[in-house]
Design a protein around this ligand. Structure first.
Ligand code: THU
Length: 134
């Protein structure tokens, strides 16, 4: 199975656990963090709407909690051809990615679009005094 297919299946499966009673819009995400490590997430909404979290956020948290700090690729899945990470998630992805990191956007059947992070977020927020020197 290709890495893309593995990410697809992982994200599709995570999406089935999405908690989205307010929007009715279930999203899944899966991250390739290393050759052997993949992490998934789903959106988790809240009755206090702004408290809800995106699928990408959940996958990033799972990755970091497991000790990984690199997003080599990420796949987002929803029941639409139009899915793309929101602006907030692009910034979160950029913390652990490079401008060339691939973002696969999938409907429930297949990947419909592939972007590089730089295509969707050409100028992320950063600051020169970062302690890690990036
Ligand atoms: N959502 C995600 O999980 N990821 C995105 O990139 C876009 C939006 C979720 C948030 C909310 O639970 C629902 O989709 C509708 O906006």
């Amino acid at each position: 199975m290709t890495i893309e297919n593995e990410l697809f299946n992982l994200a599709l499966n995570a999406r089935t656990n999405a908690y989205a009673p307010y929007s009715g819009f279930a999203v899944g995400a899966a991250i390739l963090a290393s050759e052997k490590a993949m992490f998934s997430g789903c959106n988790v909404e809240n009755v206090s709407y702004p408290c809800g979290t995106c699928a990408e956020t959940g996958a990033i948290a799972a990755m970091v909690a497991a000790g990984y700090r690199q997003i080599k690729a990420i796949l987002i899945i929803a029941d639409t051809d139009e899915i793309r990470p929101c602006g907030n998630c692009l910034q979160k992805i950029s913390e652990f990615a490079t401008p060339e990191t691939l973002i696969y956007c999938a409907n429930l059947q297949q990947i419909v679009k592939t972007y590089r992070l730089i295509d969707l977020l050409p100028q992320q927020f950063s600051f020169s005094e970062r302690k890690d020197g990036k």
